[in-house]
Design a protein around this ligand. Sequence first.
Ligand SMILES: Nc1ncnc2c1ncn2[C@@H]1O[C@H](COP(=O)(O)OP(=O)(O)O)[C@@H](O)[C@H]1O
Ligand SMILES: [Mg+2]
Length: 261
Amino acid sequence: MSDVLELTSVSVVRGSKTLLDKVDWQVNDGERWVVLGPNGAGKTTLLQIAAARLHPSSGTAGILDETLGRVDVFELRPRIGFSSAALASHIPEHENVLNVVVTAAYGVTGRWQEGYERDDERRAFALLNDWGMGPLLNRTFASLSEGERKRVQIARALMTDPELLLLDEPGAGLDLGGREELVHRLAELAGDEDAPVMVLVTHHLEEVPPGFTHAMLLRDGGVVAAGPIEEVLTAEHLSTTFGVDLDVTENAGRYTATARR
Ligand SMILES: Nc1ncnc2c1ncn2[C@@H]1O[C@H](COP(=O)(O)OP(=O)(O)O)[C@@H](O)[C@H]1O
Ligand SMILES: [Mg+2]
C-alpha cells in the first residue's frame, strides 16, 4: 500500500452529475505532484478528498496510512496542509498576518481565546519569514496584495508541519511578477527533502514549478494520464485533456503550451 495517498476507484456523484469517475491514484513519499485539467474537470473535488474534507460516493481513499470513513478526520486533518480559495474566504478580513498562520495550529481561522504557546508563535513567525512576509506580521490579511495573501496561506498550510501539502490554484489571480515569485518559491520547497509530499492543482501549465516529479491530467472527472511528469506533460496528453490541439515546450523544468494553428 502507498503511504501517502492510495485512491482506488474513487467516484463522487452529486445528483445526476459525476464529479469524479473511478479515479485510481497513488502518491508516495518524496513525490511532488501537479494536477492539471480544465475548469470543471474535478480537480478541487479530488483535492477535497485528499484533504479528508469530502468522502467518496464509492471507492476507497487511503490517506497517510488511514482509510477515509474508518478514521477520525479531526485527527487526520492536522497532518495535511491545505490551501484553497474556499478556505481563504473564511479568514476574517481584520485578522493580522501572524494570527492567520498561528490559528492553523488549532484548526480555526479566527483568533479568539485559544491559549497560544510561544512555540507556536515562533513557528508561525519563522514560516512567515521563510515566505518573505516577516516585515508584514502585523498587517491585516485584508490589506495584503494577492501575492502576499497567497504566501500567507501557504505559510498557514505549513504551520502544523504536515506530512502532505495540498495547494489548490495558489497562482490564481496573481500578476506575472507574483506568479514567477510563487513558482520560484514552490520550486525551492519542492527541492527541500524535508518538505512534505506536495500536490499542486492548476489549469496553467506555466505554473508547474521545476522539481515537481509527477503529474495527473483530469478531464470530466476522469484521469487522462498520471505518472512521472515528463511522460505525462506531452502535447498529446495535454491536447486530449484541454480539448485543444497544443504544442508543448519544456525548458529547464518550465512548461508552455500554445494552440496549434
Ligand atoms: N455540489 C455539486 N453538485 C453538482 N455539481 C457540482 C457540485 N460541486 C461541484 N460540481 C461540479 O462538478 C464539476 C467539478 O468541479 P470541481 O472539482 O470544482 O472542478 P475544478 O476544480 O477542476 O474546476 C464542475 O462542473 C462543478 O460545477
Ligand atoms: Mg477548482
